[in-house]
Design a protein around this ligand. Structure first.
Ligand code: BG6
Length: 493
């Protein structure tokens, strides 16, 4: 097979907190992402706080796997003197018509975007939704429809209404399940007939590595994270149930960050370490897509004395309403070893050591031409549910050349390899892959570093790390390349 299936869903992906901007416009409330500053590959982003009683301000650093401890009586807040990239981002809010037109020109069938929860319920626990927020997404979906582009909507992508974090410690509290389900029902009813596919929580498993960023938690002990995950699983099940009642056409997917772990050596200890590391990721899909908690995690909770705030009927709900399909992000692989003395890999989200067989990008992410096929095989064999790659791509420091164009050869080469691997998974392994939405199809703010210079897009946006630039859109060479790929159904990579 040289072509992808006729009904393959080609497109691109974005997230409100990194793309939309207009952070307080038309009634939007503050989100957790709005209190995060920019950083770099070597300098962590900061989460700023204030002590309301005294007015004292400060920050905690956001580094993967590092504890975040807010001082006593401090709450996350926007503080004078810091730069917050989400506030304007690349301003999709005011450029949506131009951007969707560019997507249409590339031939997109699907556009993955997220609804910013705090645009609809500014405090998360409001009695009524914010009509102006609802209207904005109406306009976006109508614009998509004009070009025959379908939206794929993430309900929560790395942002939680800040008030829910402060008042309830976010997902550690079961009340937040009700707030989320109310929000999900509000949008699913409002956009009935306009949106068929929803994803609940972006990269749900990232809560275990960055609980504030991914899920708005102000505490990061193991019990908080376990409770947060349990409550999100329940919210997902209730959203699936509600979706099918509102409109049987709606499908609700899970969204997992899957960066498969490889063992560095054939030492069985390394093999076991890789197996267990993969289990940690797949725990989240075992529950949300598979419908049940794996035995090992229950043992681990017992051993660590972790208690969930659960009820017996929770488990029936999880089994009865699993996700309709499994979507995932996959950028790279991680390599793991039990042997000392190995170089720690620069920037992979999941950590690990340098893989001697793979090159990396400027942020240390391994460029692995086989990772998509490997990831797809693992997930297909385990769940036999339709899969959808909703994020994949490479961060590059693009430059405008003297001729005024952006010749992003590195991105094209990365995508060529990745799409070929995906094609093999369909044609050689028989995997049911619904589609592919390339991450950050129009340049946006990096989630990990808050940088603009880490660009993923087919379209360049004139904006820098200080928040300067005209926001002008310029198609890169990859824009024309992707257009050709979609038009030829992947035959012309
Ligand atoms: C995924 C997130 O982890 O990776 C996106 O869902 C994020 O929000 C993307 O932007 C790429 O990571 P980064 O840190 O390079 O922006």
């Amino acid at each position: 097979m040289t072509e992808f299936p006729k009904d393959f869903l080609w497109g691109g992906a974005t997230a409100a907190n990194q793309y939309e901007g207009a952070y307080l416009e038309d009634g939007k409330g503050l989100s957790t992402s709005d209190v995060m500053t920019n950083g770099s590959h070597t300098t962590p982003r900061k989460i700023t706080w204030i002590k309301p009683a005294t007015g004292e301000t400060g920050y905690v650093e956001m580094a993967f796997g590092k504890s975040i401890n807010f001082p006593k009586d401090a709450i996350p807040a926007v503080v004078d003197g810091y730069y917050y990239p989400s506030h304007t981002a690349t301003d999709f809010y005011h450029h949506y018509q131009e951007d969707i037109k560019l997507m249409a020109e590339m031939g997109f069938k699907y556009f993955r975007l997220s609804i910013n929860w705090a645009r609809i319920f500014p405090n998360g626990d409001d009695a009524e939704p914010n009509e102006q927020g609802l209207e904005f997404y109406d306009k976006v979906f109508d614009e998509c429809r004009k070009y025959g582009i379908e939206p794929l909507v993430t309900l929560s992508h790395y942002e939680t209404p800040l008030n829910l974090s402060i008042k309830y410690n976010s997902w550690t509290n079961r009340k937040v399940i009700d707030f989320f389900v109310k929000y999900a029902k509000t949008v699913m009813k409002r956009y009935k007939g306009k949106v068929k596919y929803y994803l609940t929580f972006n990269e749900i498993n990232c809560m275990s590595m960055m609980p504030f960023v991914a899920a708005g938690l102000l505490t990061d002990d193991d019990e908080s994270k376990a409770k947060g995950a349990h409550n999100q699983f329940l919210a997902s099940a209730l959203t699936v149930k509600a979706a099918h009642e509102i409109d049987p056409e709606i499908k609700v997917g899970q969204m997992l960050a899957f960066q498969p772990f490889y063992a560095l050596t054939a030492d069985p200890k390394d093999q076991l370490a890789a197996l267990k590391a993969n289990d940690w990721t797949l725990f989240y899909s075992d529950v949300q897509t598979g419908g049940r908690y794996p035995d090992w995690i229950l043992k681990e909770y017992e051993e660590k004395g972790i208690k969930l705030d659960d009820q017996p009927e929770d488990y029936e709900l999880l089994a009865k309403y699993p996700a309709d399909f499994l979507s995932f992000s996959c950028y790279a692989s991680s390599t793991i070893t039990t042997h000392d003395g190995q170089e720690v890999s620069g920037g992979n989200l999941m950590g690990g050591v340098t893989n001697p067989y793979l090159k990396t990008n400027d942020w240390g992410w391994a460029i692995d031409p086989d990772v998509l096929r490997i990831a797809l095989n693992i997930l297909w064999d385990r769940y036999h549910k339709p899969l959808w790659i909703v994020e994949n791509g490479i961060g590059v420091k693009d430059q405008i050349a003297e001729d005024g164009h952006i010749h992003d050869k590195e991105r094209i080469s990365y995508l060529q390899q990745n799409l070929a691997s995906m094609r093999d998974a369909i044609s050689l392994d028989g995997i049911d892959l619904m589609g592919y939405t390339m991450w950050g199809c129009i340049d946006l703010v990096s989630a990990g570093t808050g940088e603009m210079r880490k660009r993923y897009g087919f379209v360049y946006v004139d904006r820098d790390d200080k928040g300067e630039g005209t926001l002008k859109r310029i198609p890169k060479d990859s824009f024309y390349w992707y257009k050709k790929v979609i038009a030829s159904r992947g035959a012309d990579l």
